[in-house]
Design a binder for this molecule. Structure first.
Ligand SMILES: [Zn+2]
Length: 125
């Protein structure tokens, strides 16, 4: 399961208004062929942002915090946030979706994070 919260992003991404979900056993059952590319970051790897291609929309089936089943079409940045968290359930991070060259270029930064040599505004250790 994961939680996703788009509150605070609605000024740039209107689709994130009131987008706060707890998704238990989520399953993406459809995704658009149309894609878009935007920078992503992750609290788990502070200071790294990379362009990631994602579908424009998805349809996802999940159970909420009350274990009620939903099937919902999610668009735009809300879909991106959902897919980012969905990837984590499979042990994937957004950096697994960038080119091998880009990944090679960030290798030293990732190594520093691995050693705890990173500064960010939230607790990481
Ligand atoms: Zn993440």
């Amino acid at each position: 399961m994961f939680v996703v919260d788009g509150n605070g992003l609605e000024e740039d991404y209107p689709e994130c208004r009131d987008f706060r979900r707890c998704m238990i056993n989520p399953e993406v059952i459809e995704e658009s062929e149309e894609t878009n590319v935007k920078d992503e970051g992750c609290l788990s790897i502070p200071g790294i942002y990379e362009s990631v291609k994602r579908p424009d929309w998805i349809v996802i089936r999940y159970r909420d915090e009350n274990y009620v089943e939903h099937e919902e079409k999610i668009t735009g940045f809300a879909a991106r946030m959902t897919l980012h968290e969905y990837d984590h359930l499979d042990g994937k991070m957004f950096i697994d979706r960038v080119s091998p060259l880009r990944k090679q270029l960030m290798k030293s930064k990732l190594g520093a994070i691995l050693k705890g040599k990173v500064s960010c505004s939230y607790k990481v250790k």
